[in-house]
Design a protein around this ligand. Structure first.
Ligand SMILES: [Zn+2]
Length: 270
């Protein structure tokens, strides 16, 4: 599933091609993409409008239109954009300069929602906490959020209202970097540990953006090339391999149904 660094990479590639262009033709091919709204009505709302900006909030892509409308895209499991025709396309945008932007989604969990610009902020704010790379995401803010929850730390970090845009991969990488066990109760961390976690979260997300995301099964950049963050993984998917810090064999467990990788020695369950 694309996480913040993957969505940010997609945003950065779409923006220069879309901004300033008119959506000359909008074809939505899958009713699941826009439901409960009718796909033809959504296409009609978008067609003829021009793109003012392509933004991101957590895992949401936001295509802001000159009319004031905004198209909110969530890629979920397997959504991606591309400039070349491909299989499993669920929508196609044709721009006034002839650029073709296809939306591909094998599993079909992705969503497209058109909102009035004024409805966008409240909609997103209800689902997402502050941007983890922004100024509002402070160590104190994170401490306050963690203090309310006794659930395993990893599960709380995956709540988008706590760390917007974080998913399974970057959560495991951040916990390893911060030397925190993923099953510890979220409200059991001391101030020093929370500071470490805050720094680790930002560091792994920045590293992911710098590497243009991690290319596993489903994530693809719009230009068709691959991200390389998977080469930088320290724990994710590496059970049975030595910890890069202490050489102890990395372990795998499940938390909230999600595969979770950690070092039993560097990340003790105190
Ligand atoms: Zn270790």
């Amino acid at each position: 599933m694309p996480e913040l660094p993957e969505v940010e990479t997609i945003r950065a590639q779409l923006a220069p091609r879309l901004v300033g262009r008119t959506l000359a033709r909008v074809e939505i091919l899958d009713p699941r993409l826009t439901r409960p709204f009718d796909l033809f009505e959504v296409a009609e709302e978008l067609e003829g409008d021009a793109v003012a900006a392509v933004d991101r909030h957590g895992k949401y892509l936001v295509v802001r239109l000159e009319s004031g409308l905004a198209l909110l895209v969530h890629l979920r499991m397997t959504g991606s954009f591309g400039f070349e025709p491909t299989s499993h396309e669920r929508a196609v945008l044709e721009l006034d300069d002839g650029t073709r932007v296809g939306y591909r989604d094998v599993r079909r969990f992705g969503t497209w929602l058109v909102l009035e610009g004024s409805d966008l902020e409240p909609y997103v704010a209800e689902k997402n906490g502050p941007e983890p790379l922004g100024r509002r995401f402070t160590s104190a803010w994170l401490a306050e959020r963690l203090a309310r929850r006794r659930a395993p730390l990893k599960a709380v970090l995956l709540d988008q209202r706590v760390v917007a845009g974080l998913g399974n991969i970057y959560a495991d990488e951040a916990l390893w970097r911060a030397r925190l066990n993923p099953v510890r109760p979220a409200n059991g961390l001391d101030a020093g540990e929370i500071d470490r976690l805050h720094r680790a979260l930002r560091a792994v997300l920045r590293a992911g953006i710098a590497r243009q995301g991690s290319t596993l099964r489903d994530y693809a950049k719009p230009d068709g090339s691959s991200g390389s963050m998977q080469e930088e993984f320290r724990v994710y998917g590496r059970d049975g391999l030595p910890c890069p810090r202490c050489r102890t064999t990395l372990a795998k467990t499940r938390i909230g149904g999600r595969g979770t990788w950690y070092c039993p020695r560097c990340q003790p369950d105190v």
